[in-house]
Design a protein around this ligand. Structure first.
Ligand SMILES: [Zn+2]
Length: 311
């Protein structure tokens, strides 16, 4: 859901008005202001006029967006990293990282306040604890808690949480090595697949029909494919393995025959996909590469919405 739809839904929840009524008010407000403001801005005014104060409202994790402040959420701690001490520019302190999840999503949460961190050190907040957070802020897709924020254990129950890693769509020009990202990009070039052999038992690389762990084996042939993708800000070399190559629409016979691959190659150029993976520095070429973990088609509904928003 985009920001506008989320906002309208929240106005619905808080005001008890029908969705159509709120949208009618938003349109009216926009018309009155000679379309000088966005739909989102108009919705904010409608909310303010209805006396809705989002400061106190609790949000779902999927609703959190960059730049939000005074954020209130409730979630389950699904991962807790050891507390770290830092010394930066003469300033000493501690920082704690955890992953907070609810039924809609999860988010990396960073604690900077020693009182909050002591809750972790004393074991009052641990993995699986349900916590209530108030007055957090969103920076770089992370929830940050300062000394103005509050975190405490909650008695509420959350049954099912989203524990899988959530990737955020980013622009290539904003990424750095080590980051896990989702990019919407076009395939602008492809290279011929390369082949290697793996052990059928452990999946590790095999050389001369031999596995380091399992000795003499009958290896399985695997492929890797390099692509250059472009998201409008930059290009990056990407590495795909196994079924991710199939997701480009290639059959195994087209992957394992250079000749058939080359016949098919042209149809890949200009294809737009969502690529999820990790940016890694290739120390040999000293450039960043994307190791692709997942490829998805671009959702046509999302595209239509975007085009409508532009037009
Ligand atoms: Zn093996």
């Amino acid at each position: 859901m985009d920001n506008y739809s989320q906002l309208v839904e929240r106005i619905c929840r808080s005001s008890g008005l029908e969705l159509e009524e709120i949208e009618r008010r938003v349109e009216a407000k926009k018309a009155k202001l000679s379309s000088l403001i966005s739909k989102e801005g108009a919705a904010q005014i409608v909310a303010a006029e209805l006396g809705i104060n989002f400061d106190q409202e609790r949000l779902k994790i999927s609703e959190l967006v960059q730049g939000m402040r005074k954020v209130n959420v409730i979630g389950k701690v699904i991962k807790l990293s050891p507390v770290r001490e830092f010394n930066k520019n003469g300033r000493e302190g501690k920082v704690a990282n955890l992953v907070l999840a609810d039924e809609t999503s999860n988010i990396k949460t960073v604690l900077w306040d020693t009182n909050h961190i002591s809750l972790i050190e004393k074991g009052k907040i641990k993995e699986n604890t349900i916590v209530e957070i108030s007055n957090g802020s969103i920076r770089n897709n992370e929830l940050h808690l300062s000394s103005f924020s509050d975190i405490k254990e909650s008695k509420e129950k959350i049954d099912k949480v989203i524990a899988e890693k959530v990737f955020h769509e980013k622009k290539l020009s904003e990424t750095k090595s080590g980051e896990e990202v989702m990019l919407r990009a076009f395939i602008v070039n492809t290279f011929e697949p390369r082949y290697f052999e793996v052990c059928p038992q452990c999946g590790k690389k095999a050389t001369n029909e031999e596995c380091q762990t399992h000795g003499k084996i009958k290896p399985i042939k695997r492929a890797l494919l390099n692509l250059i993708i472009d998201d409008g800000t930059e290009t990056i070399r990407s590495v795909l393995f196994g079924e991710q190559i199939n997701k480009l629409g290639l059959k195994n016979e087209e992957i394992f025959s250079i000749e058939k691959f080359n016949e098919k190659k042209r149809s890949l150029l200009g294809e737009e996909k969502l690529f999820t993976g990790q940016i890694r520095l290739n120390s040999f070429s000293n450039t960043n590469e994307l190791t692709v973990q997942e490829i998805k088609d671009v959702n046509p509904n999302e595209l239509i919405k975007e085009l409508e928003a532009k037009g």
